[in-house]
Design a protein around this ligand. Structure first.
Ligand SMILES: Cc1ncc(COP(=O)(O)O)c(C=O)c1O
Length: 390
């Protein structure tokens, strides 16, 4: 029985929401449909609001700490969904995953150290090494049968001399699931080269059935021993504005060093609503999540059918996890700048420009966010198609 209504169009303008309210400052107009920033236009779950409202009955908002209930909800979720068997001692709150990756860079690498990523990739993976004086090393992914794949010859060559590999697992853009075999090869190369692995698994909970997520930490004992894993309820339950993420580190020495650093930074205290929301989400979220993933699968099917019918020259990489699709428009032969301008000013749809995921190699590619009601997606696709086909 369907309990939640993901068809509802919820006006978000004027709620200080980045996706909608930053449009005038970013694009000079506010009559755009935002299919960019990676959150969803769905109502966040009722059980999260109930928990926040309940907490507000106590009217002191002083310093807080994670409760046993929070830790139980987190460890049960990790065990049930990913076979990560851990206790709270191997976990640490972090306010956000981008911040967590920044703390990792500062803790485990020095200025000038090489940091490996696979492109195209979520832009902060490029910006963090660049802005912190590390040397960014990019290994381009290949597209095989409509899926991103690691080019292991290139990856192995580029890995030499690197200190850290920042991995998006599943991969943003396009929610590619890295299977056990790929992850095991990555683990092997990184271990042989003395490279610490950061596995950003923020999109893991959004794995679309029948796909299955594999946490890097569960590939082998040595992968677990040589990695930090970041997860969060933020994408899963559409509560990214609360800043509530988790770091899992199996290796005791890495853990001591990293968790000590996090405590020194003063981020361990978290915030009341982040803990409250995360606990409520993990403890009560199974049914909401299952229905939401079913709805997202409907959007992926809608996109696939629409492309085949109305924009057959677009080469897509469709999500196996998350609500992000990677669309390559280059077969239409339209100059990248012209295309980007027409999407904004004629189609009035905002997608993320592919160049921000790794440079000019990705011009004419755009990342489309499908985390919205079917009707909104359909209208945006019609508008994109009318620009492409005119
Ligand atoms: C791969 C990936 N990591 C991290 C983030 C952001 O995480 P946070 O808001 O916790 O910093 C995103 C958001 O889109 C993402 O796609």
């Amino acid at each position: 029985m369907k309990k939640y209504n993901f068809d509802e169009i919820i006006g978000r303008k004027g709620s200080d929401c980045f996706k909608w309210d930053a449009l005038p400052s970013m694009y000079g107009r506010d009559d755009l449909t935002p299919m960019w920033v990676a959150d969803m236009d769905f109502r966040s779950p009722d059980f999260v609001f109930d928990a926040i409202r309940h907490r507000c009955n106590h009217e002191v908002l002083g310093y807080t700490m994670p409760s046993e209930g929070y830790w139980n909800a987190v460890t049960s979720w990790l065990h049930k969904h990913y076979e990560i068997n851990t206790t709270k001692e191997s976990l640490h709150f972090i306010p956000g995953i981008v911040a967590g990756i920044a703390y990792t860079l500062l803790c485990f690498t020095q200025q000038g150290d090489k940091v490996l990523v696979t492109t195209p990739v979520y832009p902060p993976f490029l910006n963090l090494p660049n802005e912190s004086g590390r040397e960014l090393v990019c290994s381009p992914l290949r597209i095989i049968d409509g899926r991103f794949a690691v080019d292991f010859d290139d990856f192995e060559r580029k890995a030499r001399g690197c200190k850290l590999f920042i991995m998006s697992n599943p991969h943003n853009p396009a929610g590619t699931i890295w299977g056990r075999e790929t992850l095991a090869r990555i683990a092997d190369i990184c271990e042989r080269n003395g490279i610490l692995v950061v596995s950003d698994e923020i999109h893991a909970d959004l794995t679309l059935p029948p796909h299955k997520h594999q946490s890097f930490s569960t590939v082998s004992p040595s992968a677990a021993d040589n990695s930090l894993t970041f997860m969060a309820p933020s994408k899963t339950f559409n509560i990214a504005g609360l800043g509530s993420s988790i770091c899992y580190v199996a290796n005791e020495a890495i853990r001591k060093r990293f968790f000590g650093w996090l405590d020194a930074l003063g981020v361990a205290g978290g915030n009341i609503f982040a803990f409250t929301a995360a606990e409520a989400a993990f403890a009560n979220g199974e049914e909401w999540l299952a229905q939401m993933l079913d709805y997202l699968n409907g959007n992926v099917a809608l996109l696939k059918d629409f492309l085949a019918a109305k924009m057959p020259k677009v080469k897509p990489v469709l999500p196996e996890a998350s609500y992000l699709a990677w669309l390559d428009f280059s077969a239409y032969g339209i100059d990248h700048k012209v295309l980007a301008d027409r999407f904004i000013n004629e189609a009035k749809v905002v997608m993320n420009d592919g160049t921000t995921f790794g440079g000019e190699a990705f011009s004419c590619c755009f990342r489309l966010n499908l985390g919205c009601p079917h009707a909104m997606l359909k209208e945006a696709l019609e508008n994109i198609a009318s620009v492409i086909n005119s």
